[in-house]
Design a binder for this molecule. Structure first.
Ligand code: ADP
Ligand code: MG
Length: 346
């Protein structure tokens, strides 16, 4: 009994996803209009004629951003964009956001103003309404929590758990660039801090990679294209933690396996080059880097004609039976098992 009381489990033992499963286990639904609870990019509520989508994300200074190289205006923009990305990942469109902040007295009104300039720019670009939030103090550092609310037609909602054998795996845009942008910023920070007089780095030719890290965009354009093309993906997730981790979510929740073609995974030439400079295989940057905020989705093979003519979409593999596992077919012709590359945040 005493042993049970004194039991202390390190959160890293469960990992982020294990911890979420553990904490949310056993919660029941009391309301018929709760269509989807925990487990997807957004919760889904029945709104009568359509579905309402709700998603929350929290950004913590020192964990998700470093103000040594993150302009507050960019941070505000990113806080909104990454949340909206979860609404697009349900094939829906965001309409409102709430923003809650906590900050220490290290931050001036002018500093918080900068953050809100970015938030406003994002609200205008994505056409969402800031409808509320909360403002409070913190003993140390800045916290930002954003909740995005959106809507989707009932016959257009796309979940993570509905991929099926034979579906094609598709990826938008390109992957790995944001991770490499972060590596550049981290490296420059270290050089800056260890150089007497603090030499300012010249990051001009790295602007694409750094821009992908500091000012990511959510792919509303893709969801608009899907709707126009009358394409409803069979499953979808946004790529926030790296391709491997997101593919695992789709496969685990759908009860399927996947074969990913290295040659089909889109990687920007700048990302490819910088990855090699850092001694990292570019496919590893795409699989394990994060914060691309692109979309990973699957389509029924009969919909290939609809996708073929859409820009910026790459077919990168196929959904296979669960028993076949989750594998990468490399450019060299080898087949490797893809490891669940979640990160540990704590
Ligand atoms: P995403 O990366 O798309 O933002 P997450 O991995 O953060 O998704 O979350 C996965 C699911 O777990 C979501 O449905 C989210 O709402 C839910 N979730 C995360 N943390 C908690 C928590 N502390 N309590 C309840 N639900 C949570
Ligand atoms: Mg997501």
């Amino acid at each position: 009994m005493a042993e049970e009381k004194n039991k202390r489990t390190d959160v890293n033992k469960l990992g982020e996803f294990g911890l979420i499963d553990h904490l949310t286990e056993g919660f029941v639904s009391y309301h018929e209009n709760t269509v989807k609870m925990v487990g997807d990019d957004a919760a889904v509520l029945d709104n009568g004629s359509d579905y309402r989508l709700i998603s929350t994300d929290c950004l913590v200074e020192g964990i998700h951003f470093d103000l040594a190289y993150t302009p507050l205006k960019h941070l505000g923009y990113k806080a909104i964009a990454v949340n909206l990305s979860d609404i697009y990942a349900m094939n829906g469109f965001p309409e409102q956001v709430t923003v809650s902040i906590a900050f220490s007295n290290r931050f001036s009104v002018e500093a918080i103003d900068e953050l809100y300039k970015g938030i406003k720019t994002a609200c205008n670009n994505y056409k969402v309404d800031l409808i509320g939030g909360d403002t409070t103090s913190s003993p140390k550092g800045l916290f930002i929590s954003v909740t995005a609310i959106g809507r989707v037609d009932k016959d257009k909602v796309v979940y993570r758990n509905t991929a099926k054998k034979g579906d094609l795996i598709c990826i938008t845009g390109n992957l790995g660039a944001s991770f490499l942008g972060l590596q550049i910023l981290e490296r420059e920070k270290q050089i800056y801090q260890s150089t007497p007089g603090g030499l300012q780095p010249d990051l001009e030719d790295q602007s694409y990679l750094i821009g992908r890290q500091l000012k990511p965009e959510a792919r509303f354009d893709m969801v608009e294209l899907f709707h126009k093309a009358n394409l409803v993906p069979t499953s979808m997730i946004d790529i926030s933690d790296g391709l491997a981790s997101e593919l695992f979510h789709i496969c685990k929740q759908s009860g399927v396996g996947a074969i990913l073609e290295e040659s089909g995974v889109p990687i920007h030439p700048d990302a490819e080059k910088k990855s090699i400079d850092f001694g990292i295989d570019p496919i590893t940057s795409a699989l394990s880097g994060g914060e691309d905020y692109e979309l990973l989705f699957t389509i029924d093979v009969n919909d290939i004609e609809k996708v073929k003519f859409l820009p910026d979409i790459y077919i990168a593999g196929e959904i296979v039976p669960k028993e076949d596992g989750i594998k990468l077919h490399t450019k060299g012709g080898n087949i490797h098992e893809i490891k669940a590359q979640g990160w540990v945040h704590f």
